[in-house]
Design a protein around this ligand. Sequence first.
Ligand code: CDP
Ligand code: MG
Length: 677
Amino acid sequence: MPYDPAPPPAKRFKPGSAFFRRDNKTEPGMLHASALLELQRKQLPIFQAKAQLSARLRQLNSAVLIGETGSGKTTQVPQYLYEAGIAKQGVIAITQPRRVAAISLASRVAEERRMQLGKLVGYTVRFEDVTSPETKLKFMTDGMLLREAIGDPLLLRYAVVVLDEAHERTMHTDVLFGVVKTAQRRRGELNKLPLKIIVMSATMDVDLFAEYFNNAPVLYLEGRQHPIQIYYTKQPQPDYLQAALVSIFQIHQEAPPSHDILVFMTGQEEIEALARTCRDIAKHLPESCSPMVVITLYASLPPAQQLRVFQPAPKGCRKVILSTNIAETSVTISGIKYVIDSGMVKAKHFNPGSGLEVLAVQRVSKAQAWQRTGRAGRENSGFCYRLYTESEFDDLAPMTVPEILRCNLASVILQLMALGIPDVMNFDFMSKPSSESIRSAVVQLELLGAVERKEEQVSLTALGKKMASFPLEPRYAKTILLSPDFSCSEEVLSIVSILSVDTVLYNPPARREEVLAVRRKFTSSEGDHVTLLGIYRAFKKVSGNKEWCRENFVNSRNMALVKEVQAQLREICLKLNLKLESCGADMGKVRRCLAHGMFVNAAELQPDGSYVALDSHQTVAIHPSSVLFQAKPAYVVFNELLSTSRCYMRELSLVDADWLLEAAPQYFSRKLRHSKI
Ligand code: CDP
Ligand code: MG
């Protein structure tokens, strides 16, 4: 046994109060679906507090509400507010850091109210708006509400803004805190209808939120957390994938099949690889072992497949869910008795000194580890296997560092300036980024021509204003805006749209050889952007034929979304009077345009065969998934950096050194001082 049992700290895991215990006398299977939903609503811990909570929320201007994941905050609070008549004054917005959550929660609430989605209950996420004038309960990503604030800084359509999943502290949530707080104050000053702000969190550390929102009262919901037995490994585990595998099968052989397992891993590739190994092993287990269904869950999975995690496994069969941190707080899955926590998470990190933003696998914080553990105790007592030692746990950071303190701020600063915030350096951030980070973002925007500095005053340029009209990272917006100069707007719009949806290609590891063979006909020596464009054109040519998608390992739903995204981006271009032309087969124009828009992400081949990112002088390599992996182009531009064992560039295009120089002569003459251009 690799584990040493350790008792859970008594403080965090109180046995659920008898008050909230599930009603076991009713047989849910015997009920009509809508009656079942109604019953489920009444069994949620929050239901006991409904009357009191509604009364308090009606009274308060700002409130912080805390309750364990699954207690009913997100699905019920908006309905309670609605039932209390608050929506008569305006729309109730509920913001979510994740797209998936916004969509699935809106569907759930519409279902609970027995309404069609898009009527009373709707959602808005980037590139998708399922609302109507009737919509009063509006689930939206926090990024979308921020965009709306550009046109309407006082958020006058809204009576309430519910800032949900505040503990996640994503960059958009953090900026939204400031924007919403300002709107509330300004509405007060202008004698407009007051704006109610409700901050909801699944973790206890909310002093910062309460303080920030003018000492808002904190309301606690009693959870129904059952005791959880925690196990740590005796030794540190250098290979957490292997450790996860061993733990899954150890539990599988010992526990009754109705006890489901939830495993926290870091990302799609790793999760798919582990799923494949689990399925292989499960096939070869002795007859005496119960069967196992392995289900994966990560943000880029098509929604229909994500929903599979909620389906119960067939009788006598164990469900094993391999998930990213998306199952930490965003979704609640019933039936989980065991949690296996790798202790790792994939997150972005930005070094303002080097200007490098990388995605890397790193240790979770204690707060995250507790959240993960809590998933095992929703319905009954449970077990959590931590794939690290107790002393490793002790060394974890107490809290996750808010994204705003570790990411590239360029797009945030651009948005704040578009919002008309006069002095971004002194914006009322809940956690203020270092002035170095803010300055580095301003420098980047300056390089892109989005802002200009006169003495110490930074202001948005005409180009910057146009860039802010796109719901895109500044460099993509810039690439689109430049594309008419190279007569390739249609192509650039397609490429940016492809990059804006989650993976359009489907890469089942079990069929790797087959995938490679099929893809070969699309592969372009000019790089991944041109290759992806080719696949997208082929997809359009067959009008999205499902059979064709299956044969070519193309994710048909995401590819269809590309078309929608493109239509919306085109609309923005038309509003800006951009000339939209196609360059036909001349992909050189497209690459030249990419070089001009993304020159900050350029890398140069070194004599020893490695690459150096020109902006930061960091050593980088071509990711094995790139079509340029086997090639050695002298110069490339790339979309992003991923750091695993090495720092990899993902999605690249071959470019000419001359193009980079013409794109930013001063910058490159500085950057390439030691280089051979
Ligand atoms: O926000 P919080 O984590 O407190 O809970 P919630 O999202 O309102 O979910 C409350 C309950 O609704 C969950 O425990 C699930 O049982 C159910 N639910 C569901 O079945 N399907 C969804 N898409 C969302 C919630
Ligand atoms: Mg919630």
